[in-house]
Design a protein. Structure first.
Length: 282
C-alpha cells in the first residue's frame, strides 16, 4: 500500500489513494497505520475516494479505527495531496465529507502548492450536539471551576467538540495542568473535549496553545484556531478575520455568514509503501 504522511500546522495524517488502490477492513487498517512506521505516529488515516457528489470524497479515521466526520487541517492536506499526485489539475474543487460538501482553493507558485484555503462550514453551537451538559442554548463564557481556578469557557463543534478559554498570557499558561483536567471533566463534557487556550493580542491577531483530547498538547489545530476566532468575533473581542499563531505556524481564519474558512500551507513529511496484506487480505 502506498501512503503519504502530511502535516498541516498541527495534525499529522496518513493519506492513502483509495481511488487507485483497493482497500478493505478499514477499521483495522486505520489502527495499524496510526501505530506503525510513522515516527511519532499520526492523528489518523485519511482516504481519498471517488465521489458522485463532489470531485473527491474524504474518509477520515481516528487512531482507534473509528470513522470521524471531518478535520479542518486534514481536509486542507487533501487539497495538496490530490494536486501533487495528479488526481486533478483544478485549483478550486469540492470534497465530500461526513460533515457535508467542502470547497478547497489552492494557491500555486512555480508549480507547487504554497497555500490551501478550505471552507469547513457551519459551526455547531447546540450543547446537545457538542455535547456539553448545560441548560443554556449556547455554551458561551460559562464560569467553570477547574482545579484551583475559575475560567470562562465556550464550546462549539465541527464534528469534534472544541472548547476555548481566553487567557492573558498563553505562552506562560500551565497547559499541562489544566488541559487534561478540562478534557476529562466528564460531568461537563460527556465525550471529552479538545481545549484551545487563546490570547487575544489585537483585533486581528490571536495566539493559541492546543490541548487535544487523548493526545496532549499539540503544535496546533486548525479547528482550534477556528474555534478561537468564532467565539472571539461573536463576543466582539476580535474582527471576523484573524491570523492565529500556534506552535506549528500561523493560520488565517475568516468567519463570514456562518461559514468558516482556514488558509495555510501543508507539508509532506514523507511518502512510502508498506505491506498490509495481512489486514486487507491481498
Amino acid at each position: 500500500m502506498k501512503f503519504t504522511k502530511m502535516q498541516a500546522y498541527g495534525n499529522d495524517y496518513v493519506y492513502i489513494d483509495a481511488i487507485n488502490q483497493k482497500l478493505s477492513n478499514l477499521n483495522e487498517l486505520a489502527k495499524f497505520v496510526s501505530d506503525h512506521h510513522f515516527g511519532i505516529g499520526s492523528d489518523g488515516m485519511i482516504l481519498i475516494c471517488p465521489s458522485t457528489k463532489a470531485d473527491f470524497k474524504m474518509r477520515i479515521f481516528n487512531p482507534d479505527g473509528t470513522e470521524a466526520e471531518m478535520c479542518g487541517n486534514g481536509i486542507r492536506s487533501v487539497g495538496r495531496y490530490v494536486y501533487d499526485h495528479h488526481l486533478t489539475d483544478k485549483t478550486n474543487f469540492t470534497v465530500e465529507t461526513l460533515g457535508g460538501i467542502k470547497n478547497i482553493e489552492l494557491t500555486i507558485t512555480d508549480g507547487e502548492v504554497t497555500n490551501i484555503k478550505a471552507n469547513i462550514g457551519l459551526p455547531i453551537f447546540t450543547p446537545s450536539l457538542i455535547p456539553v451538559n448545560t441548560p443554556h442554548e449556547k455554551f458561551l463564557m460559562e464560569e467553570i471551576t477547574i482545579l484551583d481556578q475559575t475560567f470562562k469557557m465556550s464550546s462549539l463543534s465541527w464534528g469534534n467538540p472544541h472548547t476555548v478559554i481566553f487567557v492573558n498570557d498563553v505562552k506562560n499558561f500551565d497547559v499541562l495542568k489544566y488541559g487534561p483536567a478540562i478534557e476529562n471533566h466528564l460531568e461537563l463534557f460527556p465525550k471529552r473535549t479538545n481545549v484551545t487556550f487563546a490570547e487575544i493580542v489585537s483585533k486581528d491577531y490571536i495566539k493559541i496553545r492546543e490541548w487535544e483530547r487523548g493526545t496532549g498538547e499539540t503544535i496546533g489545530c486548525g479547528t482550534g484556531c477556528a474555534t478561537a476566532v468564532v467565539i472571539a468575533s461573536i463576543l466582539g473581542l476580535t474582527s471576523n478575520k484573524c491570523t492565529v499563531e500556534q506552535v506549528g505556524g500561523p493560520l488565517e481564519i475568516e468567519y463570514v455568514n456562518n461559514e468558516l474558512y482556514m488558509k495555510g500551507p501543508s507539508h509532506v513529511v514523507f511518502e512510502s509503501e508498506i505491506d498490509v496484506s495481512h489486514i486487507i487480505g491481498k
